[in-house]
Structure formats: C-alpha cells, structure tokens
Write a protein that binds this ligand. Structure first.
Ligand SMILES: [Zn+2]
Length: 466
C-alpha cells in the first residue's frame, strides 16, 4: 500500500476509532524530546504523582501497600514512590488481579508477556497508555527516517490459531506491514521470504535479531542481493544486538541497524539514536537505577520502571530483570535520559535434526494456547534432550490431569511437523540457571553453528496492537 494512503486513510482513522490519540501525542513527543532534562523531569514528576495517587486509590494491591507504608492516597507525590516496595515479575503473576483497576470494557486491551518465567503474564493496558507507547515508538522510528504508514517487513511471530491469525492479518493491513514468520523456517521458507520482499519493497524491516541474522546469512550464502531492495533502515528488538550481529544484518541489507529495547509489560523503553546512544522514552516511563555492578560492567544498574500512563494495570517500581549502563548524555542534544548499554535478555532457538529452527516464541504460544483452553499449567519449561526429542516440564495447578500434558505434547509434535517426539512430566518447581534465571527453553547447541543462542525470551511476540 502507498505510504501516504496507509498513514492518512487507514492508520490515522483506525487510531481515532480505537480512541488512541497517537498522532496528536506524536507531535508533542517530537517537540518534548528536545526539552532539557530538567523540563522532562518536571513532566515526569507530575505524571508520576498522578499515577501514584490513582494506584493508591483504586488498586487493591497498591492501596494495601500504601497503607503499610503510611502513604496518603490523596496527597502522595513523586517523592513518595520509593516508600513502596519493588514489584517483581513473580509478584505481577501472583497479584495481577489485585493490581488491576476496574475498567469499562472497550477502554483497554489485554497484553500477554513473560516468557522467561515459564508463564505468560497477562495485564491490561488502557487506550491512552497504548497511544503513548505507539507515539513514542513512531517518534523514534522517525530518527531512522521512518514514518507511520511506511511499508514494513516484519520478522516476527505468527498466530497459531485461525482467529488470532485473522486478527494479526487485520492489524498488519492497518499498519501496512508484511509478516515473515520467525517460528520455523527452512531454506525454502527463506527463499520464499526473499521473493516476497522483492514484491513488497518495504521501506524498513523490523524483527528479532536472531531471525534477521539468519535471513541475512542465508541471502549472503545464496547470493541474493538483499541490499538492492532499498530498505532504508532495520530495527531489531527483543534480543541482545551483539556488534557482530549488527554488522552482518547491516552488510546484508545495506542499511543502518538500530536497536529497540522494550518489554511487553510497559512497551518501548529505549531506542538508539543516530549517535548510537540509547534514549529513554521519558514521557512514558519513570526510571530508577539500582547499582548492580558486575565483573565486566562496574557501572551496571538494575532497571526499575514505573509506567506513567497505564491506569488499568498500574505498574509502579517494576523490576524488569534487565541491566543498563547509563551514559552522561548524548551529543544529539535530546534531553531524553541516555544509556550506553542494556543487557540481560536473550533468546533461544531449538534446532531440529533436519536443521529446521523453532523460535522460543513458538513454545510460548503453545503454552499460552493450552492455558487459554483451560489447562491448569502454572509454569513450564521446554528441554531439548536429543535433536528429535523434547521434554516439557510442567508445574501443574489445581485440577491438572495427565491428559492435559498429553494434549500439549501431541500439539507440539504435530505443529513441529513431527520433528520432535514430545514427552511431558510434572514437577514441583523449575530449576534455575546459575544466574538465578528461569529459562523457558533449554536447547541443545545448534550443530551447524548458526546465530548466537543461549538466550531467553522476555517479550511475548506481539506488543500492544501487535
Ligand atoms: Zn542521542
């Protein structure tokens, strides 16, 4: 679709229909990025006071915490935030219902996120928060010469169920993007992807690092001239962008590569600017940095976030589980707080005996479908025991039956094209890595090298509107 038409006759009316003021906010955010740090901080502190009072008044969870801390729900302000405890991912899973604030249907959407804990986390996001997230993302894509409506090649998850697939197709049409599944891809699939790219001529590409690296390598090996397609920018997300990966993607596409960092719970957090500095989406998020030095990065901090706009599931002092290294500022002149590096998140592939690769999201989707169908699964972990054999470790909830595990195993085997023999077992709890992290996937090393592996997903494939 023509970019102007897509922007003005499809996407813009769609945002109005959903009650999301994306374009109005985008104009504001394009201006506020140049404000001084002090001006931005005032804006943040006002919003922080508002969301804090809202949570103390209307969320059962925060009302209780506020009482314990002796906070006054009517007078609390930004300075009181740190009197509340940190919210961890397990807290969010456990207390989601109590954190939620009652909202009219149609004023929020559900977001599913989580991977690394072995359970998806579901939370509500209200329309204004979704609009703020999208405005911040479009503002940053603008740094790369991308505007709303520009044709996008999206290397991303695809839905497994028919209904979800239709929904994704509609969202992709509204946002003028062409989707390339990151779940399973043989060389034939990749060749087909290249042919589709030649037809759709995207202005930019977006997707998982691992998938883009894989595709870039394939095109180089097959001498397919990806760089001749005129892709203007590549934005990578959801995984660590190692310098070597950046170079491979950049060389193959003949386009600059930019890193996006976000999580499903709060959306986009950091974007890389033209100078290579990561900037905080300060209009949407309040950040606290807790020193957490490591051997190689004495400057590392834990990243603790407060979502300034989501009134449906307020997230205050949320510890996303990642680390950042702050920067003193950036020569680009933006007042948005600057960071040199973000790390701690990563992704897993499972490679079958025939070389076909299954992205971590593939397993997460199946787990979520099983839960949606009513299977009481608290946590699960997918362990590749042999190239053709998977074991699913399940922490069962009340009412779990052996038949549930058998159904999940049959589905996985079928959807993998019978590449895996799948067994399930129930366990009392999942083992943690030495790092303390729970991993959704434990894959065997890929026999043919391939992209860097040994990583765990943080994001559910679709973020917000998808
Ligand atoms: Zn900058």
């Amino acid at each position: 679709m023509n970019a102007w038409l897509a922007r003005n006759l499809v996407y813009r009316p769609a945002t109005w229909l959903r009650g999301e003021r994306v374009f109005g906010l985008l104009r504001r955010y394009e201006a506020s990025q140049w404000w001084s740090e002090a001006e931005l901080r005032r804006l943040q502190e006002d919003a922080l006071g508002r969301i804090l009072r809202h949570a103390l008044r209307h969320s059962r969870h925060y009302a209780a915490l506020g009482r314990e801390a002796g906070l006054d729900a009517e007078r609390a302000d930004a300075g009181d935030l740190t009197r509340l405890p940190l919210l961890t991912k397990p807290d969010l899973v456990e207390h989601a219902a109590a954190i939620d604030v009652a909202r009219w249907p149609g004023t929020y959407s559900w977001k599913t996120t989580g991977g690394s804990l072995g359970v998806p986390v579901r939370l509500k996001k209200d329309r204004s928060a979704t609009a703020a997230e999208q405005a911040a993302s479009w503002r940053s894509y603008g740094w790369y010469g991308v505007r709303p409506g520009d044709r996008q090649a999206r290397f991303w998850g695809t839905a497994l169920g028919a209904r979800a697939r239709l929904r994704f197709r509609a969202i992709d049409w509204v946002l003028n993007r062409d989707r390339f599944s990151a779940f399973a891809f043989s060389r034939e699939d990749l060749r087909g992807y290249y042919r589709r790219l030649v037809e759709s001529r995207p202005a930019w590409a977006y997707g998982y690092v691992s998938m883009l690296v894989q595709f870039a390598d394939f095109c180089r090996e097959e001498k397919l001239p990806l760089e001749a397609l005129g892709v203007g920018a590549v934005v990578t997300t959801s995984e660590v962008l190692a310098p070597g990966d950046r170079e491979r993607i950049c060389a193959a596409f003949g386009a600059p590569v930019y890193n996006e960092y976000g999580c499903g719970e709060v959306g986009a957090i950091l974007y890389e600017c033209e100078r290579g500095t990561l900037h905080l989406m300060a209009e949407n998020l309040w950040v606290e940095l807790i020193p957490d030095p490591t051997e190689s990065r004495p400057d590392a901090h834990r990243l603790v976030l407060t979502d300034l706009h989501n009134r449906a599931t307020p997230l205050l002092r949320y510890d996303v589980g990642d680390r950042v290294v702050p920067a003193a500022g950036c020569a680009c002149g933006r007042g948005l707080p600057a960071f040199r590096e973000v790390f701690g998140r990563a992704y897993d592939f499972v490679e079958a005996a025939d070389g076909r690769r299954f992205h971590g999201e593939f397993f997460l989707y199946h787990l979520e479908e099983a839960r949606d169908a009513g299977m009481p699964i608290l946590q699960a972990q997918f362990v590749q025991e042999r190239p053709d054999r998977l074991r699913v470790r399940i922490v069962p909830g009340p009412g779990y039956r052996e038949e549930d595990g058998a159904t999940l195993a049959r589905r996985l085997a079928r959807e993998s094209g019978e590449r895996f023999e799948v067994a399930t077992e129930t366990v009392g709890g999942l083992e943690r890595e030495a790092s303390g992290k729970l991993r959704l996937i434990r894959a065997l090393p890929a026999p043919r090298g391939g992209p860097s592996v040994g990583r765990t997903p943080q994001d559910r494939a679709e973020r917000g509107a998808g």
